[in-house]
Write a protein that binds this ligand. Structure first.
Ligand SMILES: [Zn+2]
Length: 468
């Protein structure tokens, strides 16, 4: 056979082979693919094919490479691929109050520092800058979905839409004056109007209603809030049973503990995202399970404000859906979900005096699929399975604190850190690559945040320290 004929055969056969491959948008790999799917929990040398924002195939890298081709391939060498983290409770813009006042009781912290600072400074520009900074921090650490509760929710939604993260955004409503509002009537009306504007408007954004807590919102207003949430079919984000003081207050005022009080009002149902839940008694844990309420555990905030330790092992044993959250950065003081994962895996062991309590895999599930279930997105995100939205992160393994590796789940829970995250994909779009955030103007955000912080520091007296 002449040489040119042999070449022709080669070209034709490779062309034919290429055409049998399905064209997708993105191929992304992992030396370990941690799926959070019980049928195939960890795939060695795995890969995922993504098309139109969804996961279309999961398998070994060889299987995926044989069947799919894409304009962009992110290789998996020295990487773990796992679902993006779900931060089930935060107040994103409060990053601008990070470190403003520490080492205080919740009531003093709120009344003397946070509420006055919010009254003076929280406007649309504050929320824009704060939420941009928060989204940068969350994206850098591999959080792909967060549940926000704050003011100026349209601004939060605009920032989320632009930066590419996924969010449930609850417009805060409370019975006393808050930034821009006199009390319940106007803050609740604004929350409903926000839901009307954003329901069904953007696939990554779910609007929600955020009645602050059972001790700051009257019973009839809680009933109004849940009626509106049912009417528009949106979630509710609320703080519940955060402190013993709250339990005492609610019990004194209404004759029932907070969870019982909410249940008596007909408030509890699967659309409720209850943050903290530090002080439920056994009967209340049973109610939370029966009503399928989502609970968000915020270990750092609960430790820092000395609120207590939520009975998470008992909640899980009762069948309650439990996710993890950072709470706002003013009571954390960061939005690092790896810290929450690590603390959740540690503190319950010490409380129970039992090192088998909340094993690593249980906690990793809480940070991903468990959180997704708790916030009502369990069918769409939180695991690497075909048909789910492609919210994926890669974590670098070639770091000193991750060498050697015997058990990848152990490393993710007990050794990994936020800055080990190297790639973030949300809805199939790469928003961070090689540690570089691609969708936010970081220089401008820093400058704006520093300028606002100078104004805040000048206006408020320094936080008193108990040691001074
Ligand atoms: Zn909170």
């Amino acid at each position: 056979m002449p040489l040119c004929a042999a070449l022709l055969v080669t070209v034709v056969s490779s062309g034919a082979r290429a055409e049998t491959k399905q064209e997708v948008d993105l191929l992304i790999g992992g030396e370990f693919v941690v799926t959070i799917d019980d049928t195939r929990p960890v795939i060695r040398d795995g890969a995922v094919a993504v098309k139109d924002g969804r996961i279309v195939a999961v398998g070994t890298a060889a299987e995926i490479a044989a069947a799919y081709r894409a304009p962009l391939t992110l290789p998996g060498e020295q990487r773990v691929l796992l679902p993006g983290l779900v931060n089930g409770h935060t107040h994103a813009a409060m990053v601008l109050f990070r470190g403003l006042a520490d080492d205080l009781a919740l009531s003093e912290w709120l009344t003397n520092f946070i509420f006055p600072a919010e009254g003076m400074f929280v406007d649309a520009e504050f929320v824009r800058t704060g939420t941009q900074l928060a989204c940068w921090e969350m994206m850098r650490g591999g959080t792909t979905t967060f549940v926000d509760m704050y003011f100026h929710p349209d601004v939060v939604a605009e920032v989320v839409e632009a930066c590419g993260l996924r969010a449930i955004i609850a417009s805060a409503a409370i019975d006393f004056p808050s930034p821009g509002f006199q009390g319940w009537e106007d803050s609740f009306a604004a929350a409903v109007a926000f839901v009307q504007r954003w329901k069904g408007r953007h696939p990554r954004i779910t609007p929600a209603i955020g009645p602050h807590a059972p001790y700051t919102v009257a019973p009839e207003h809680l009933v109004q809030a849940v009626a509106a949430a049912r009417q528009y079919d949106v979630p509710i984000s609320i703080h519940v049973a955060e402190t013993r003081t709250e339990v005492d207050d609610v019990s004194t005022r209404y004759g029932r503990r907070p969870v019982q009080h909410l249940d008596a009002l007909g408030f509890l149902e699967p659309r409720i995202i209850a943050a903290h839940v530090v002080w439920p008694d056994a009967a209340e844990i049973a109610i939370l399970a029966q009503r399928q309420v989502g609970v968000i555990h915020n270990p750092t905030s609960n430790l820092k404000l000395a609120s207590g330790v939520s009975p998470v092992p008992q909640l899980l044993a009762a069948g309650v859906k439990v996710g993890l959250g950072t709470d706002g950065a003013a009571s954390n003081n960061n939005l690092d979900m790896w810290q929450e994962i690590n603390l959740a895996a540690l503190i319950h062991k010490a409380v129970a005096l039992d090192p088998t309590t909340l094993p690593a895999a249980t906690v990793l599930r809480m940070a991903t699929l468990g959180g997704a279930e708790a916030i009502g997105l369990g069918a769409h995100i939180g695991a690497i399975t075909v048909g789910r939205q492609a919210d994926l992160i890669q974590v670098r393994l070639n770091r000193p604190h991750l060498i050697p590796l015997y058990d990848v789940i152990s490393h993710l829970v007990y050794a990994a850190r936020a800055d080990d995250v190297t790639t973030v994909v949300v809805d199939g779009k790469v928003v961070m690559r090689n540690g570089d955030v691609l969708t936010l103007d970081l220089r401008t955000i820093q400058a704006k945040a520093r300028r606002l912080a100078r104004e805040i520091a000048a206006a408020l007296r320094p936080a008193p320290s108990p040691t001074r």
